[in-house]
Design a protein. Structure first.
Length: 123
């Protein structure tokens, strides 16, 4: 993916943010698939919702982060929502530390939050 055309340090931070968002999206997809394949949908309904939402939003945030921006208001709004959802999903996954997909999602979302906050601080 090309990086956004925002001068200065934000350019590299946005590339790192996009990469972290894609990792979180992939982890969310894997977690959602594991929950659906478990045969215990009633037990994992909230996880399916959060993982799917998080994966979709992170994927969108990654795409938006690497586009050229002359006005960063929308980019900032998307990254803030990404931080909020990833924090919620990571906290939820913390309750399922015995599930490998949740462990991976929590780690990826924690990284995504840090990368998004870094990019936001530079915008």
């Amino acid at each position: 993916m090309p990086t956004a055309h925002i001068p200065g340090k934000a350019d590299g931070a946005l590339a790192a943010c996009a990469a972290a968002c894609l990792e979180a999206a992939n982890a969310g997809d894997a977690c959602e698939a594991a929950c659906l394949q478990s045969g215990r949908l009633d037990s994992f309904r909230k996880c399916v919702e959060l993982s799917g939402d998080c994966a979709d939003l992170c994927r969108a945030a990654a795409r938006i982060a690497v586009r050229p921006h002359s006005d960063t208001r929308h980019l900032k709004a998307v990254l803030r929502v990404c931080v909020t959802l990833c924090e919620e999903y990571a906290a939820f996954c913390g309750r399922y530390a015995h599930e490998p997909a949740c462990v991976a999602s929590r780690a990826a979302c924690t990284q995504c939050v840090a990368a998004c906050k870094q990019a936001l601080a530079l915008l």
